[in-house]
Design a protein around this ligand. Sequence first.
Ligand SMILES: Nc1ncnc2c1ncn2[C@@H]1O[C@H](COP(=O)(O)OP(=O)(O)OP(=O)(O)O)[C@@H](O)[C@H]1O
Ligand SMILES: [Mg+2]
Length: 382
Amino acid sequence: MVENIIEGMVDAVLVIDAEGRITLANTAASRITGYARDALPLMPVSQLLLDESSGIKTVVRRRIEDGDVLRREDAWLRAKDGTRIPVSVTASPVTDDKNILQGIVIVARDVRELRQLLADKEAEIVRRRSAEDELRTAKATIEDQLDQARSQLMTAERRATLGTLAGGVGHELRNIAQVQVASVDELARVLKSSENLEQAVREVLPDLERVGEHITAHGHRLLQLARPGPDRKDPIDLNDTVQDIVAMLRGAGKLRRLEVTLELASEPLIVTVNRTRIEQILVNLMVNAVDAIGDQRGTITMRTRLDALTSRVVCEVADSGCGIPPEQLDKIFLPFFTTKAEDRGTGLGLPVAREIVESYGGALVVQSVVGEGTTFTFSLPR
Ligand SMILES: Nc1ncnc2c1ncn2[C@@H]1O[C@H](COP(=O)(O)OP(=O)(O)OP(=O)(O)O)[C@@H](O)[C@H]1O
Ligand SMILES: [Mg+2]
């Protein structure tokens, strides 16, 4: 019965006598070592079992003489062909009734598979670590590239912004130059005719003065693009500005064939802003309205009011022009979006106007019906 159990074990079982000779070995022992079954009995165990330290036999003996059991010591079985097979050894003493050592039962477990498993696991861990390292390096490279791309983008964006802003200034200078050209033409015409020159000069002078102010202000803005600084702000009455701009555009001959109606708030609408920049908004919106009406007759209505609810100053520029198709409504504020001929429009009027309004914490919105007209409304905090 006991022999059957021993025989059936997958571990090598060696029973040795007190002299250290093998008296019994199971099939597993001969399978693992490669010795024939009948070659094992009587073989000194030291030929089969090796250990590194003081020799397992000494340890076994000492411990076992103390009645101890040896558990899971690392050792080797030397196979018939000389290879060392790593085993984990458990040994227990066999004693007679007088407690005299008769022999030792050694169970040696072949740990090659286990070791291989451990080695595989370790290799796997090393492989994973190096994969992680590679990933980390790749990530760092990607982050570097991203950083680079980001900074390139920022430079590009800054260039584009500068370009747009510079374009905006050029756009305003061109608008204002038209006023000057018209004023000079008017003076030249009056000079040639017999009309009252002094009166003509009186009419034209404020416009020319304003042209000068605008050119100075825009020159200043160009300088600011290179070296941004604070914008000069003063309290102004929006009603005055609207009236001045309408007069200026009329003087420049921009409002011929058009009916311009002013519906201005009865009280002064004071806002603290850079006056030239507000004039810029009004010129852009009015020139757009004139273009939208084209050669037909039409009306432009300028309304101002104080919004009691938000305590903001509001200005509307409404025209009876062609209107804007709904699919274009979200595009018109993009820089360089224009439906006009190349020599007529650059697509900067509205983005510049919106930029100015928003820089004061206000808003510029549009409402339009194709064939009926368009209303641009901007508000400014007081
Ligand atoms: N009052 C309006 N009525 C109809 N369409 C308008 C009106 N205002 C603007 N638009 C449309 O919005 C587009 C963009 O206007 P924006 O003022 O930005 O540029 P632009 O007038 O085309 O050129 P720029 O003002 O630079 O000379 C116009 O081309 C036009 O299609
Ligand atoms: Mg425009």
